[in-house]
Design a protein around this ligand. Sequence first.
Ligand code: HAM
Length: 427
Amino acid sequence: MIKAVRGVRDILPSEARRWQRVEAAARQVFEAYGYAEIRVPLFERTELFARGIGDETDIVKKEMYTFEDRGGDSLTLRPEATAGVLRAYIEHGFHVEPKPVRLYTLGPMFRYERPQAGRYRQFHQANIEALGETHPALDAEVIALLMDFFEHLGFKERLALHINSIGDAGTRPAYIARLVEYLTPHRAELCPECQVRLERNPLRVLDCKTPGCQPIIEKAPSILDSLSSDATRHFDSVRRCLEAMGISYAVDPRLVRGLDYYVRTTFEVRTTELGAQNAVAGGGRYDGLIAQLGGPPDPGIGFAIGLERVVLLLGEEHRSRALSAFLIPLGEAPLLRLMPIARALRQAGVSTELAFGDRKLQRELDRANRVGVRYAVIVGDSELEQGQAIIRDMKSRQQRSEALDDLPELFRRLAAEQPLDDERPTR
Ligand code: HAM
């Protein structure tokens, strides 16, 4: 048997409804904030990610699915969406449009990480980018949008928003120098990975989860004390805007994120319910990145939501009863009479299954119960003669007779009175 690749999973029909709900919520909330959908390719030139995300990040160094195509070009499956969206922004001259340009995209990303619950090698993100504007009110608006998405799904109480400012590219080297100065005497006490980070990407030490590193990290100098006055003003203003909207947050000076492009505002939404994979969304400002990718000097800010984690949080829903009518002909003549009726019902948007007329009634009713249907419609030879059908309510088990010709109208009416689809959103 050929199995799915490690860390890559199927989204089965039993889960697909939850995915649809999450994706629909994302689209609805993003569009309410004026975001337009953009769909960018699943693979790009490798250098786009190397330049965009940063050569020293874990993503670029260890996690990319990179391959050479038959023409000899080095290509990479996208590990995130931002670089591709910015490439498209530059390539299609979006910068001439009214700013900020607001774009969103949904879809799979690929990272060669060690798989565990909530962490996969193919995973999905809902991603937004707001481009061309530096005002701190935009940072707060983007965060409000993210929180509204979670609120829409009923998660408000289960998540915490963490924010930080990691300063400007110009002032960060001074902080990094202070950090290295502080960490170097503790070098031997750090985990092996942090020892490498200390050399290559010292900021990432702050992000380490290893228990042994925590006491050292806790006493590290705070990046907030090293911000330029501009960056401090920007951050204070973001906080005031969040407060004006009643959005609660925790300031976390250790929140540095795993991608190199961030400046100033960074943020993450975390849960305590998913073990080690506690980040359900993350993002930040990345002024300078568009220019670095060869575009105009436009600033930008955005985030991505990890959809697997959101679906996990959503938990089990009631079994979905998507089917509304189950038509049971008893024999070939009733089958031929019901075929056009089934088609009319489906055309009217009533989800319908038609049996084939070759099995006993009880077996078909059992099947109707198993697939989860509200009404069974039974037609044997005698009903056919009278132009009637027996409608059986599978919940109450009550039966009544209706004219065959009236069935499409009857189901349209039933659908209008109460949702035939028995699935109720659970919170
Ligand atoms: P990120 O923090 O790398 O940011 O990913 C965002 C979210 O994607 C994470 O918080 C997590 O929920 C989910 N995620 C990441 N890796 C995995 C994985 N292996 N399995 C399951 N879920 C995962 C970015 O990707 C940035 N591009 C966000 C951004 C957009 N910043 C600005 N604009």
